[in-house]
Design a protein around this ligand. Structure first.
Ligand code: GUN
Ligand code: ZN
Length: 435
């Protein structure tokens, strides 16, 4: 792979910002550059200093005056829901039964899965997302289609074959044994192949029998290095139904706890209506609550109390995600914009620094992948986005009034989408401009 020198204004987080004036939480270079080689960042910082380290045949791209950050990370998205997005439903369970479970059955067809996988990665790259933790469908072949395309593009992706063996149409059910066997087979084929990573993926407690939940727990014990992803406490009717299916449980979180599914590699989509006891259990186990604002608003699921979870004595780890197709946009910019508004409704605030931290280093930390992705430090994989805060006439006009970095970030968050992504580099190679 070519050595590249990527020039522009650099922004890279070192830590979670403590407030809007916390300049120690990030590194900013007005005339900066990143030197990449073999898919890795080998140097970053002041342009002249970094250029001094570059080989004579380096390929140089000048993105000035654009802003360069680490690639965005989406911690919860459903690849078989690209044609479900924007489906008119009152709430979660109706949406699942009337649209989602109907559409996901089409992924038994490998040609359909392959076509959607191509569209999926095109869309992520177009929106500056370079890593996504993804639900495939119940069909093992959907995971094969997902990873084949991701591997071909050299993307760092996490994906899982969904396990579900009840409360859905027959075309969407596995069994405790086939769910286990197919997950094992996907792990053997794909985990650690290039940049691919497999997540153990029981869809949620409602669509798994206790026998399948046991099997999911076995997989987690057998593969402690793998991520586990599921849904938790998204909707009141879902919580009630779960309580009926697992009458012995203290609460929804207790169901997952019982089967050994809590832990530092465990990602719980939504986690909106948690009791104090549940938040304690999440915190003590190091589990991650995944905030999906556009989905929570679209399905009327509820308001995620980000600051309530983050500022308690024993905080809960938090990630942010689109949750397409319950979510309504692929853009992590649109996602934090809606997240900001969800917090506003609760008298909570999220600074623009925190927004950009969360979609880069914050999400990398939530995935325990901060040694690989999420910042522009030397040694990290060269997944990079180039942002233009003047991408539309309305943005350019507002930009005339912007005097500070935090204002530019807030403008990108409030008005930005895929049009603000000038380029997406995947392992050091331009990926958006070649789409
Ligand atoms: N709960 C179980 N499955 C799903 C899904 O596909 N989307 C959302 N938003 N919630 C779920
Ligand atoms: Zn989801």
């Amino acid at each position: 792979m070519t050595a590249r020198l990527i020039r522009g204004r650099l922004l890279s987080f070192r830590d979670a910002p403590k407030g809007i004036d916390d300049t120690t939480s990030y590194v900013y270079e007005e005339d900066g550059a990143i030197l990449t080689d073999n898919g890795i960042i080998v140097a970053s910082g002041d342009y002249a200093a970094v250029k001094g380290k570059a080989p004579a045949d380096v390929v140089e791209t000048d993105h000035r005056p654009h802003l360069i950050t680490a690639g965005f990370i989406d911690t919860h998205i459903h690849f078989p829901q690209m044609q479900v997005i924007g489906s008119y439903a009152a709430a979660l369970l109706e949406w699942l039964n009337n649209y989602t479970f109907v559409e996901e059955q089409r992924f038994a067809d490998t040609a359909h899965a392959a076509r959607i996988a191509t569209a999926f990665f095109d869309e992520l790259v177009r929106h500056g997302t370079t890593t996504a933790v993804t639900y495939c469908s119940v069909h093992k072949t959907s995971a094969d289609a997902f990873f084949t395309e991701s591997h071909r593009r050299n993307l760092r992706m996490i994906g899982g074959k969904v396990m579900m063996d009840r409360n859905a149409p027959p075309g969407l059910l596995d069994t405790p044994q086939t769910g286990y066997d197919d997950t094992k087979s996907v792990i053997e084929s794909w985990h650690g192949k290039g940049r691919q990573m497999v997540a153990i993926t029981p869809r949620f407690a409602i669509t798994s029998t206790p026998e399948q939940m046991e099997m999911a727990g076995t997989l987690v014990r057998e593969h402690p290095d793998l991520h586990m992803q599921t849904h938790l406490s998204e909707n009141r009717a879902e919580i009630e139904f779960t309580q009926e299916l697992y009458p012995w449980s203290k609460d929804y979180t207790d169901v997952y706890e019982h089967y050994g599914l809590l832990g530092p590699k465990s990602l719980f989509g939504h986690s909106i209506h948690l009791s104090d006891r549940e938040a304690d259990a999440m915190s003590e186990s190091g589990s991650v609550a995944v905030f999906c604002p556009t989905s929570n608003l679209f399905l009327g699921s509820g308001l995620f109390g980000l600051k309530t979870l983050d500022e308690r004595d024993n905080p809960v780890r938090i990630a942010v995600a689109t949750d397409v197709g319950g979510g309504t946009n692929y853009s992590m910019l649109r996602t934090v914009d809606e997240g900001y508004k969800v917090l506003q409704l609760q008298g909570q605030r999220m600074t623009p620094l925190e927004s950009f931290y969360r979609i880069t280093l914050g999400n990398a930390r939530a995935l325990s992948l901060e040694d690989k992705i999420g910042s522009l430090e030397p040694g990290r994989e060269a997944d990079i986005v180039v942002l233009d805060a003047c991408a539309t006439p309305a943005m350019a006009l507002k930009m005339e009034a912007v005097t500070k970095l935090t204002e530019e970030l807030f403008l990108l968050q409030t008005l930005g989408d895929d049009r603000a992504i000038v380029e997406t580099y995947v392992a050091g190679e331009p990926a958006k401009s070649v789409l």
